[in-house]
Ligand binder design. Structure first.
Ligand SMILES: Cc1cc2nc3c(=O)[nH]c(=O)nc-3n(C[C@H](O)[C@H](O)[C@H](O)COP(=O)(O)OP(=O)(O)OC[C@H]3O[C@@H](n4cnc5c(N)ncnc54)[C@H](O)[C@@H]3O)c2cc1C
Length: 383
């Protein structure tokens, strides 16, 4: 086991940190306040190769690996959680098309995602009636003349109106013969395809500069070439993508919690009560110590899962679930303690910790809730 970063990883961290300090962190509060999509920041990330960190260079990616991706995600989330989630989904879409797409699909879409020509990609799995149980989805894709006709609704789609391409799951089995998870297939749908309608932007508690929209497909025709992977193999694609995605969300939570802890430490050294900085009270020190410990442990779990994925020697579902569960639950506590250390000032928008607390909350929900992660971990422990 080697805890040293290699040259590529160190370079990715350095360039991500420099860019975030200069162009992302200073505008994060404003983006949040105005619920403004971070177009400029995402273009900057693409220029640095951060929209395809683990994508091969021949497709325009940085080809820097999964550990580098996790580290870059931590850096970006430390500056702006909304920008980070948009980056996370775009990286996930680029990777999933790289892994499961045809040569033509890879060439057509991945290069546009990595270059920033498409400012984002989207991942269309959840539906109004199918969240934790994607096998219960109702969107259908029926084979027609030269392609498929999609009908149904998707819910909570990150970057849905900005994405150049969306990975969309739909049922390709029939009402007469339902095949459960084996009845799902995966399609690549371009923005602007007739029959695809983008719904009202969700008014979210946090991650306000990221975009979350419902999608409606009404007799939406996609050509045969839009099918990604085999017919009926969509569930496997989704599960494998989510295993990797969970490393991204664990890293996002770690980045947010790092920002919160840094803010708490700075405040505790400055704020005086009873004639001394509050950092000198043991109660405050213990909160900082607990946060530091949980953050380190979360980082180790996330990087272990990232390293396993990078090795490519098999599934890493349990390690990814452990990382996501521990990192997101800890990050929530760390952000809450940071707010507590700020006293009343933590509760107002003059300080960043209330934003960190709002932003981090959803990491316990998306890409599999904490309960779903526990199911994955328990299943693996008990088998
Ligand atoms: C801001 C945001 C962005 C998102 N982005 C995307 C995106 O880009 N693409 C996408 O496809 N989806 C996206 N999602 C959807 C997200 O992945 C789902 O919200 C999540 O999977 C949970 O599904 P649900 O909301 O339907 O909750 P439900 O599945 O209805 O769960 C409700 C509660 O029941 C619990 N529960 C459910 N089943 C079990 C069980 N078997 N055992 C114990 N407890 C259980 C859950 O843990 C939860 O506490 C996003 C969501 C949000 C809020």
């Amino acid at each position: 086991m080697d805890f040293e970063l290699n040259e590529t990883q160190a370079l990715i961290v350095k360039s991500a940190r420099e860019y975030v300090e200069r162009a992302v962190k200073p505008v994060a509060a404003e983006l949040d306040r105005e619920a403004r999509f971070p177009l400029e920041q995402l273009r900057g990330l693409a220029e640095l190769g951060l929209m395809g960190v683990n994508v091969p260079a021949e497709l325009g990616g940085a080809e820097a690996g999964v550990v580098a991706y996790a580290l870059a995600m931590m850096e970006v989330a430390r500056g702006c959680a909304s920008t980070a989630v948009t980056m996370a989904v775009t990286n996930m879409v680029g990777e999933v098309i790289t892994s499961f797409g045809s040569a033509e699909q890879r060439e057509k879409y991945v290069t546009k995602l990595t270059s920033g020509e498409y400012v984002a990609g989207a991942f269309g799995l959840s539906e109004p009636g199918a969240g934790s149980d994607p096998g219960g989805m109702a969107t259908t894709a029926v084979r027609g003349d030269g392609g498929f006709v999609l009908n149904g609704q998707k819910q909570w789609i990150t970057s849905g109106s900005h994405a150049g391409v969306m990975v969309v799951w739909a049922r390709t089995d029939t009402p007469e013969k339902r095949l459960g998870n084996k009845g799902l297939s995966c399609f690549l749908v371009e923005q602007g395809t007739p029959g695809l309608e983008i719904g009202k932007h969700e008014e979210k508690m946090g991650l306000r500069a990221s975009e979350t929209v419902p999608l409606t497909f009404t007799d939406c025709f996609v050509p045969e070439s839009a099918l990604m992977g085999d017919l009926g193999a969509g569930f496997k694609v989704a599960m494998m993508a989510l295993d990797g995605g969970r490393i991204g969300i664990a890293s996002q939570a770690i980045g947010i919690a790092t920002a919160a802890l840094e803010a708490a430490i700075a405040y505790a050294k400055e704020r005086k009560q009873f004639g001394q900085p509050i950092a000198e009270f043991q109660a405050i020190q213990w909160m900082i110590a607990d946060s530091r410990t949980e953050l380190d442990a979360a980082k180790l779990c996330a990087l272990r899962a990232a390293q396993l994925k990078e090795k490519g020697e098999g599934r890493f579902s349990r390690e990814a679930a452990v990382a996501k569960l521990f990192a997101t639950e800890s990050a929530w506590k760390i952000c809450d303690r940071a707010l507590q250390i700020h006293g009343g000032y933590g509760y107002v928008k003059d300080f960043p910790v209330e934003r960190h607390l709002r932003d981090v909350r959803v990491s316990r929900i998306y890409e599999g809730t904490s309960e779903v992660q526990r199911i994955v971990i328990a299943r693996s422990a008990l088998e």
